[in-house]
Structures are given as C-alpha cells and as structure tokens.
Design a binder for this molecule. Structure first.
Ligand code: NDP
Length: 309
C-alpha cells in the first residue's frame, strides 16, 4: 500500500518531529519542500492560501490543527472532493474551559478591584457575589461549551446553554433556536460564547442580543472575534448593560492600537491564547485518519461544510 503524503502548512518545526516520531514510515513534507505536488493527499493547516489548494491535483483532505475551522469551510464548499477534519483533544477543550472560567471568576470575585486596593493599602470588602445566585449562559454546547458548563456547574453556578440541536445535560437548562436564545438571555448574568464561526453565528453578539441580558451582566468570548459586533459591545459597557467583558478573540488580531477595548478597564484581554494544540498529543489521530483516507474508511472528526463546523 502506498502511504499517504501530508503537507505541513503551519509551524513545521513544531509538527514535523511529532508526526515523524509517531509514524516514521509516512511522508510528511514541510511546504518549503513540497516536491511533486501530485503526491500530496492532505494538508495540515490553520489558514491556507486557496492558490496552494488549486496547485495540488490529488488533494483530498484539509486537516485543521485547531478546533475552529472557519478559515477552511469556504474552501471546501467550492471543492466537493475535499474533506475537512479537525484535531480533537480533551487537553485543548480543558484549556479553553479553564480560561473561560478564569476570566469570569476574576470579575465575579472582584479581583481587579482588590488588586487596585492593594496598591493603595486599602482594606475595603466589597459585596460577595454567590455562585448559587448566578446563572451562566453558554452559547454553543459542543466539546468546549459542554466542558465550560461542567466546570461552572462544579463550582455551584446555575448553568444554561444554547445549541443548534437540543442537548440533554444533567443539571443544565438547554435551549435551541431563536426562541430558545431569547428565553435564555434574560437569565444569563454571565454570557459565554463558545460557538464556531459560521454564516449563522457571525455577528450574533449584537446590540439586540446584548440588550436582552440582565443589567450589569458579564460577557466572555472564547469563540471567534467575528461573533461580536464590537461597537455594540462597547456601547453595552458604556450603558451599564454589561459590567465587564473578558475577550480572548477579536474581529481583527492583533487588536489594533488605540482600540476602545485596550482603553476600557472593564475589558480584560488575552491575545487568543485559550489553547494551543500539542502536536505529540494529536499526532496519532492525524496518522489514523491518513491511513483511513488511503484505505477508503470513513474519517474521524470530520467537519460538515454545509453546517459550517
Ligand atoms: P463543536 O463543533 O464541538 O461545537 C459547536 C457548538 O456550537 C455545538 O453545540 C453547535 O450546536 C453549536 N452551534 C453551531 N452553530 C450554531 C447555531 N447557529 N446556533 C446555535 N448553536 C450553534 O466545537 P468546539 O466546542 O470544539 O469549538 C467551538 C469553537 O471554539 C471553535 O469553533 C472555535 O471557534 C472556538 N475555539 C477557540 C479557541 C481559542 O483559542 N479561543 C480554541 C479552540 C476553539 P450542535 O451541538 O447542535 O451541533
């Protein structure tokens, strides 16, 4: 059997050693050493230039190195011979959930305010917010959204979640559709976005959606920057609808100098660091899928281009 060839289109110095260690007999090529383009069966990538895809006549698989595939689905829609798979790793899921919880808790327990007090040697207790009185609303109940839900549940928060199809999760109130979203939003003192970016979810955090939240609520985004109407988010902060926000992702990255989010003390920012896939953890699943590709078996962790995620 001829083994498939994988072109490494992203960070070859990180990916090649892990892949070669896991499958020394397989062909892994950094893009700089592409060789005969007709050999390439699959690309391991984050974002890929459409011109490269068109230059690979036998390409059948785009392999996303992260959970988000928004950069790839449009490419596959117009090229029906291409499948998209993504790496799936509980460590990534846990890392994103950790940041969503950390971002929420620092606000929830007034840690920035106490850090300011410490600088001035002030001892000034603020009212204690209780987890039992606080509802977390999670947009997206996929691998990441469910991990976020479980983490908040374990701390005693009330948790509700919204997804495209209805999910059953013990102790979590679940919603679907536009009606479900509008039933969930008024309860969500903290709204966490863990959605994929699709035509349906782009701009979902709009003035209208933010206006449905309870006054002085908190917004967390670990999804994608383009989920958010950033002007509407700033307006919701300025009007007091939102008490604060924790943002890991932005419409434009890096966030532009002088952007209002840099200047607003109520906005906490991390530079798209919720997770980073570790090649050694996911190399075996990539290799398994390449072998499936070659032997005509169904691939694992496939993306549905028609759904966009
Ligand atoms: P999944 O595909 O496992 O889950 C996506 C969830 O979103 C599902 O529950 C799905 O519903 C729901 N959803 C999709 N479209 C809609 C819609 N139109 N209306 C309502 N719900 C919808 O993805 P993951 O949980 O693995 O990842 C989610 C996203 O997190 C990624 O796409 C990426 O954008 C982001 N991410 C960010 C990272 C960061 O560094 N900040 C790192 C990793 C991921 P259903 O269950 O019904 O299909």
């Amino acid at each position: 059997m001829t083994l498939p060839t994988l072109l490494i289109n992203t960070e070859p110095a990180r990916w090649l050693p892990a892949l070669r260690a896991a499958a020394p007999e397989m062909q892994f090529r950094p893009q700089a050493e592409i060789g005969d383009a007709a050999d390439v069966d699959a690309i391991l990538t984050w974002k890929v230039d459409p011109a490269l895809i068109d230059a690979l006549p036998n390409l059948r698989l785009l392999y996303a190195v992260g959970a988000g595939v928004d950069y790839l689905v449009d490419l596959a829609r117009t090229r029906p011979q291409l499948q998209i798979a993504r790496v799936v790793d509980d460590a990534v899921t846990g890392d994103v959930a950790t940041l969503a919880v950390a971002g929420t808790l620092q606000w929830f327990r007034d840690l920035p305010a106490y850090a300011g007090q410490k600088q001035n040697e002030l001892w000034h207790p603020l009212p204690v917010r209780s987890t039992a009185d606080t509802t977390i609303g999670i947009l997206g109940l996929g691998r990441i959204g469910r991990a976020i839900a479980r983490a908040f549940q374990a701390l005693g928060f009330r948790v509700c979640g919204w997804s495209r199809s209805i999910h059953r999760m013990e102790g979590v109130s679940t919603y679907t559709g536009s009606e479900g979203l509008h039933a969930m939003l008024p309860q969500a003192q903290v709204l966490v976005c863990a959605l994929p970016l699709t035509a349906e979810t782009e701009g979902i955090i709009s003035a209208q959606v933010l206006g449905c939240l309870p006054p002085k609520s908190f917004f967390v985004n670990v999804g994608r920057g383009l989920h958010v109407d950033e002007v509407a988010l700033q307006a919701a902060l300025d009007s007091g609808r939102l008490a604060g926000a924790f943002l890991d992702v932005f419409a434009e990255e890096p966030l532009a100098p002088g952007h209002s989010f840099w200047l607003d003390a109520r906005v906490q920012i991390t530079p798209h660091v919720a997770s980073r896939t570790r090649p050694s953890r996911v190399a075996p699943q990539i290799i398994d899928n390449l072998l499936r590709l070659r032997t005509g078996q169904p691939l694992l962790n496939l993306v549905r281009p028609e759904a966009g995620y």
